[in-house]
Design a protein around this ligand. Structure first.
Ligand SMILES: C[S@@+](CC[C@H](N)C(=O)[O-])C[C@H]1O[C@@H](n2cnc3c(N)ncnc32)[C@H](O)[C@@H]1O
Length: 291
């Protein structure tokens, strides 16, 4: 057996070098980034990387890897570089037209499942669906639910449709391009309206992390001067489209939770449920039940 030169670019050596370099470029998950990018280039699962540390990476793969690592070093999110992201243990295609689904958003899915599991055939709409992650995770867990997904962005709706098809839900999830629920087919009524809407204030945008600010769609993030512009309109719309006793479940950021709670509390047709915290202990989900 030939000994491998210690200078050879093995999987292990590439990972070590890249992890160190990405750390100097400001990545907060340099090892994970390196592993995901190398697995993508090698066309394998990340876990398979661990049994290939001594394998020498060929020139073509190294060249492709170098290009991706450089773009990651400039701040481009890994999910866009590899074209996918896991959410609720399911793979989703993502493009720069959609927000990269976040782990904290999984809390919305958990809460909607709690509400809908006792229902025979829940009717649910996901407003601002982006990649379709929330709608599709719900479809997977609730086989009898009827699910609609809306987004203002035609490109996002195309991504959501593609993901729905890949997961076998093309017929079960109706994807509609519209503002909130302003579409002739979005009649309702719904048992649950779930949304992760834009909730960043315009003046907050410049202080967002570089990876988010430069690469994710601004319209998916920024609501307007106060951050609650979309939530305000969504609450008014939801009052018209929910069944009595139905729920509006909305993701919010810590900066707007008090304003969002106040909007719900001051609306005559809702009872406010407790605001739920995320894993970091931050307010993340505002709940409103239609009276
Ligand atoms: C924060 S992203 C959430 C995407 C996805 N639901 C997720 O959680 O990963 C907000 C999404 O809402 C869409 N959006 C913004 N304003 C909207 C509106 N008025 N009506 C419908 N969708 C809207 C954006 O295009 C974007 O896809």
């Amino acid at each position: 057996m030939n000994a491998i030169s210690t200078d050879a670019w093995t999987v292990g050596r590439l990972l070590t070098w890249t992890t160190d370099w990405l750390a100097t470029r400001g990545s907060d998950s340099p090892r994970l980034d390196a592993e995901v990018l190398l697995a993508s280039v090698r066309g394998c699962q990340r876990i398979e990387i661990y049994t290939a540390f001594e394998t020498v990476v060929d020139d073509a793969q190294r060249s492709r890897f170098r290009e991706l690592v450089k773009r990651r070093g400039d701040g481009e999110p890994v999910a866009y570089l590899v074209g996918s992201r896991e959410f609720f243990s399911l793979p989703f295609r993502v493009s720069p037209a959609v927000l990269v689904p976040r782990p904290e958003t999984e809390g919305l899915v958990v809460r909607v499942l709690d509400i809908c599991r006792p229902l025979a055939a829940a009717r649910i709409v996901d407003v601002g669906t982006g990649s379709g992650a929330i709608a599709i995770a719900l479809a997977k867990q609730l086989p009898t639910a009827a699910i609609t997904a809306t987004d203002t962005s035609a490109d996002a709706i195309a991504v959501a449709r593609d993901n729905a098809t890949r997961h076998g839900f093309a017929d079960r999830i109706e994807c509609l391009q519209c503002d909130l629920l302003d579409h002739p087919q979005a009649i309702g009524p719904w048992d649950v309206i779930v949304s992760n809407p834009p909730y960043v204030r315009e003046d907050e945008f410049d202080s967002l992390p570089r990876d988010v600010r430069l690469y994710e769609p601004r319209a998916a993030l920024v609501a307007g001067p106060t951050g609650v512009e979309v939530i305000q309109r969504l609450v008014a719309t939801a009052a018209q489209k929910l069944v009595p006793g139905g729920w509006l479940i909305v993701e919010i950021g810590p900066a707007v939770f008090a304003a969002a709670e106040a909007i719900v509390a001051s609306h005559g047709q809702f009872t406010r449920g407790p605001t739920l915290l995320d894993m970091a202990g931050l307010p993340r989900i505002v709940q409103a039940q239609r009276t």
